[in-house]
Design a protein around this ligand. Structure first.
Ligand SMILES: Cc1ncc(C[n+]2csc(CCOP(=O)(O)OP(=O)(O)O)c2C)c(N)n1
Ligand SMILES: [Mg+2]
Length: 725
């Protein structure tokens, strides 16, 4: 039919030429046809879900044409078919995702269709959760900026154990992050604007405003009905509010936005008003909540019809050429669908692949080195005497930051002083527990800094940093306040590798002070709750009980390739129990290896964290006063955990208690007790006993706290009861 479509990027000024307009129409039309084909396939039950980009095509194609795939970075949402098609995701790849093929390059059949991911194009795997990815976009932009200022950090180092596929970065790259107008109600949206503005990050926020969030109209989500008006006072932003059904207006708006970002002036906010002619998804029917007149008015603004009419009106295409073009694109969509329908399904045997890194196993890491280098060689700044857990965690962070320039540390209050000038006359804060003291002073404010008071911001940004190959080691100030970050931990951090079928990973370390026994810590500074996190596949969970283990396990956490939740018991930070000499900068303990704290023959006591010294006290009393010889195992890491050590000990003693500080019911001990009963039944001479806190919260008054949390006396009682069984 003789229409040549150039691959040249449209210019940044003047009106678009005929070739460029046809190219835009081609992409918009193809995007719509892929949606239509998918809708048909869904009705035929050949695919299992459908959400369309219909009505958003002009905005999306315009945005993509203003940016550079594989150079800039993209955090799309589920409606971004036109965007991703323009960036280079092929129609076949889209249908492979719809059918859930094993060869689906975005997720290998794990994610719904339109949950985009492409390493080649710099499209980072996206979830269904609305707005979470906006925070990833920040970390991604921060990492890009860091690499361009410190290119040496991007080079592969000899001692880099992680699967390292090479970091690419460009000084003027931008990051595009997209959401619907309803999703701007999420706290994570506001947390993202906060940091983008403060840090002048090169992030373009694209708001695709179709007036509805499923059935909820815009005025319910957005006071006054217009998000642009609400965000207008954020500093450093470039703002644009446009007709999102006009592809040319969209292209121009994104070109201007990208220019602002590339020049380092700050982020941009492009708010496009578009339409939603096809209901929210195929599971939704908008006739149930929208009037006929309203739906008709939307249909009149359909960007596809609008562009088609323009091409015909301006004589860019004749009717015949238009028909030919559309027919060829119809064919392209249906052939792509047919091809995908023949693709092989994913293998059942591959289900557990990529839950964790396939390349670096922290149970047997190449850098494991359990020989402390004490004495002169292992001397740290503070000498070689016994050091607290707090000291040795700080020492590990310092050593690892010296070794690896890709480590950044941030969180609430972790810097010595955000106002650097003050450091000339003051010592610096370095964390409410002083675990990060002196790190900003040594490594500078680019590598150690305070976050806003927003936990999702902390973890969400870490995901973005980590997908770029940086190693964020972030802090949640108290376990009690981890919950605002729960969404990021459960749905993003832990899932990135599995849902992208190994293409992306976010191996960040999240350090979390945890636990009670504080005398006055009360409800909101004493919580435990580790089983909630050990229940999450993809997340490593570490819980040391002494200074040396904390040092060696934190080093493994930092060097390993999985996301790690590193619990630090506050009560143990400065305890006399468990102090140790500084073990040197390469001391690393593998995960999943329990420690026999005390060998014994009469029964096994499996525990971890602050219960370890309490169990030891109880065991010593049991030996002294009752002649009962208890073997104590400190698990040290909860996921993975050392089943072999438990089994060996129980086979020897035939009696077992599982003890933890967290409340008893549904706790970590329940899983261990169930497995012991299941797999070691023949070896047992008595039922499996559990010890935990009462099923309540930790109270402020010490009399109450003592009664609520397990004490040495509680443990002793259980030991005596089990021996007598
Ligand atoms: C955190 C979260 N809550 C709820 C949902 C369910 N959900 C999916 S899409 C959607 C509406 C989103 O509306 P909007 O942001 O306007 O985007 P649109 O679908 O209109 O393009 C909702 C409530 C979700 N995916 N994530
Ligand atoms: Mg919407």
């Amino acid at each position: 039919m003789g229409i040549a479509v150039s691959s040249a990027q449209p210019g940044t000024s003047g009106r678009l030429g005929p070739e460029e307009l046809v190219k835009i129409y081609r992409l918009m039309y193809l995007s719509r046809r892929i949606d239509d084909r998918e809708i048909l396939l869904k009705r035929q039950q050949k695919i299992f879900f459908q959400v369309s980009g219909a009505g958003h095509e002009a905005l999306q194609v315009g945005a993509a044409l203003a940016l550079r795939p594989g150079y800039d970075w993209f955090f799309p949402y589920y409606r971004d078919r036109g965007l991703c098609l323009t960036l280079g995701v092929t129609p076949v790849e889209m249908f492979l995702q719809a059918v859930g093929a094993g060869t689906d390059p975005a997720s290998g059949g794990r994610q719904m269709p339109t949950h985009w991911s492409s390493r080649k194009l710099n499209i980072v795997s996206t979830s269904s959760s609305t707005s979470t990815q906006l925070l990833h976009a920040l970390g991604c932009a921060e990492a890009g900026r860091y690499f361009s200022r410190h290119p040496e950090a991007a080079e592969k180092a000899e001692d880099d154990y992680r699967a390292y596929e090479g970091v690419t970065f460009h000084g003027d790259e931008v990051v595009l992050a997209c959401v619907g107008e309803g999703s701007t109600s999420q706290g994570e949206f506001w947390e993202a604007l906060n940091t983008a503005s403060n840090q002048k990050l090169p992030v373009i926020f694209m708001i695709e405003d179709n007036g509805y969030a499923i059935s909820v109209p815009v005025e319910v989500n957005t006071p006054g009905g217009n998000i642009s008006r609400l965000v207008a006072n954020f500093p450093n932003f470039h703002f644009a509010e446009i007709d999102g059904t006009d592809a040319e207006a969209s292209l121009r708006a994104f070109q201007a936005a990208a220019e602002h970002c590339r020049a380092g002036l700050g982020p941009a906010f492009v708010h496009g008003h578009c339409v939603r002619p096809y209901s929210h998804s195929l599971s939704d029917d908008d006739k149930l909540y929208r009037s006929a007149a309203e739906r008709e008015a939307d249909a009149m603004r359909d960007p596809l019809t609008r562009m088609q009419m323009r091409l015909l009106r301006e004589g860019i295409l004749s009717t015949e050429q238009m028909n030919d073009l559309e027919r060829s694109l119809d064919r392209e969509a249906s052939e792509a669908a047919d091809q995908a329908l023949k693709a092989p399904l994913p293998l059942i045997s591959g289900i557990t692949q990529h839950v964790y890194s396939e390349d670096l196993d922290p149970v047997d890491p190449p850098f494991a080195n359990e020989q402390p280098v004490n004495g002169e060689a292992g001397k740290s700044a503070k000498g070689s005497g016994p050091r607290t857990m707090a000291d040795l965690i700080n020492a590990c962070l310092r050593d690892e930051m010296r070794r690896d320039p890709r480590i950044v540390i941030y969180g609430e209050d972790v810097a010595d002083a955000s106002r650097e000038d003050a450091l000339r006359e003051v010592k610096g804060k370095g964390g409410v527990f002083k675990l990060t003291a002196g790190l900003q002073t040594e490594f500078g404010s680019e590598r150690v800094f305070n976050s806003p008071l927003a936990e999702a911001n902390i973890v969400g940004r870490a995901v973005g940093y980590a997908v770029r190959g940086m190693k964020p080691v972030v802090e949640i100030q108290f376990f009690d306040y981890i919950w605002p970050a729960m969404h990021q931990i459960r749905n993003e951090l832990a899932l990135m590798r599995w849902r992208s079928n190994g293409a992306w990973a976010s191996p960040a370390v999240v350090r979390v002070p945890i636990g009670g026994y504080l005398t006055g810590g009360a409800i909101y500074h004493s919580q435990s709750g580790e089983s909630i996190f050990t229940h999450i596949p993809g997340l490593r969970v570490v819980f040391p009980s002494n200074a040396l283990d904390a040092n060696g396990l934190l080093r493994t956490a930092i060097r390993c390739d999985d996301p790690v939740l590193f619990f630090e018991h506050k009560r143990l930070y400065r305890e006399t129990y468990g102090r140790a000499a500084y073990p040197g900068p390469d001391f690393a303990i593998p995960f999943g290896k329990a420690r026999i704290v005390r060998p014994g023959t009469h029964m096994t006591l499996v525990t971890y964290g602050a219960v370890v010294p309490r169990a030891l006290q109880a065991a010593q009393t049991a030996q002294r006063q009752h002649g009962i010889d208890v073997e104590i195992l400190d698990l040290r890491t909860l996921n993975p955990y050392d089943w072999d050590a438990i089994a060996d000990s129980v086979r020897k003693t035939s009696r077992v208690i599982v003890a933890h500080e967290d409340s008893l019911s549904w706790g970590y001990g329940a899983e261990l007790a169930a497995r012991i009963a299941d797999e070691l039944f023949e070896d047992l001479d008595a039922p499996v006993k559990r010890i935990g806190a009462m099923d309540t919260f930790v109270a402020y008054q010490p009399v109450l706290e003592d009664a609520i949390l397990p004490q040495p006396s509680t443990i002793l009682k259980a030991i005596l009861a089990l021996k007598a069984y």
